[in-house]
Write a protein that binds this ligand. Structure first.
Ligand SMILES: Nc1nc2c(ncn2[C@@H]2O[C@H](COP(=O)(O)OP(=O)(O)OP(=O)(O)O)[C@@H](O)[C@H]2O)c(=O)[nH]1
Length: 283
């Protein structure tokens, strides 16, 4: 799905999430474990007010496990429950249910004391595009539910889907935009494939990735591409990678576009190992 975030769309998305928020006990905020801060919506906290949230660090299978642990500790220190998730693992899905029920039950206990009749816990999922919202919803309810999407002018009755008899989820997730004002954030989101490739130039994304890896995961570069990191020249690195990976144009010249594609594909398919781009001490 391509989403163009224009100010009008942002205001509408925010309003929709605000409206749905009134219906739920707490929010399940999905972020990408490789970019836990860059993939947060800049306005969500403001929209949430003092409503509780559970953060899911999605795609943990692609993130650096040591960093994921640090991120869990970071959120715990702020009093925010979080859970690292690979949505394709059944035990991680069960863990979401367990933690979500613990959060919801505390809230319901408080409500029951105030005289509210017992009812199922209600939550909604929010997150930026492509973070894994539909996958988690489908796995939580164990079946394919139709994507209703964001169709203007179509008012549908809110649907609750049962995860367990005492735990319900809003059928449509809240889609929010990422923080793309910051150039570095844009590159990080593009590198992990969260924003469409054509928004930033492919070779710029690849240059960003190589520089980031050189600074934070240098051995991965040497291991995969055997490049000489003492040579601080990005074009030389591109030439070496392009030559080794057969990214040649006519006349034996290096095809930089193809080389960029190879680098980005290697990153996204974990051929360069599991990598995290955001660090908790920066967040
Ligand atoms: N490796 C990995 N891939 C995941 C995980 N969760 C989701 N994905 C993949 O991420 C991609 C996007 O997932 P979706 O569930 O469509 O994301 P979404 O947030 O609903 O996206 P929009 O509909 O664009 O808002 C899909 O290819 C999923 O298979 C995960 O934990 N690990």
């Amino acid at each position: 799905m391509t989403i163009q975030w224009f100010p009008g769309h942002m205001a509408k998305a925010k309003r929709q999430v605000e409206e749905k928020l009134k219906l739920v006990d707490f929010v399940i905020e999905l972020v990408d474990a490789r970019v836990p801060i860059s993939s947060q919506n800049p306005m969500l906290q403001e929209v949430l007010g003092d409503k509780e949230k559970l953060i899911l660090l999605m795609k943990k299978d692609l993130a650096d496990p040591q960093m994921t642990k640090k991120w869990e500790e970071h959120f715990a220190a702020k009093g925010i429950p979080s859970l690292a998730v690979n949505a394709h693992e059944a035990k991680d899905i069960q863990q979401i249910v367990k933690v979500a029920k613990e959060i919801g039950e505390k809230k319901l206990e408080r409500l029951t004391k105030k005289g509210v009749k017992p009812r199922p816990i209600r939550a909604m999922i929010v997150g930026i595009p492509n973070v894994g919202k539909s996958t988690v919803i489908n796995r939580l309810v164990n079946k394919k539910i139709a994507k209703t999407g964001d169709r203007p002018g179509v008012t549908t009755a809110q649907q609750w889907i049962k995860v367990k008899k005492d735990f319900e989820l809003l059928d449509t997730p809240g889609i929010l935009w990422p923080k793309f004002e910051d150039e570095e954030v844009g590159y990080k989101l593009a590198a992990v494939g969260t924003i469409k490739d054509h928004i930033l130039h492919l070779d710029d994304i690849a240059v960003f990735v190589l520089r980031f890896l050189k600074d934070h995961y240098p051995d991965r570069l040497v291991e995969r591409y055997s490049i000489d990191l003492d040579v601080e020249d990005i074009v030389t690195w591109f030439d070496e990678i392009g030559k080794k990976r057969g990214c040649l144009a006519s006349g034996g010249m290096i095809d930089y576009e193809k080389t960029s594609e190879v680098i980005i594909r290697d990153l996204r398919t974990s051929k360069l190992g599991t990598i995290t781009f955001d660090f908790p001490d920066e967040g």
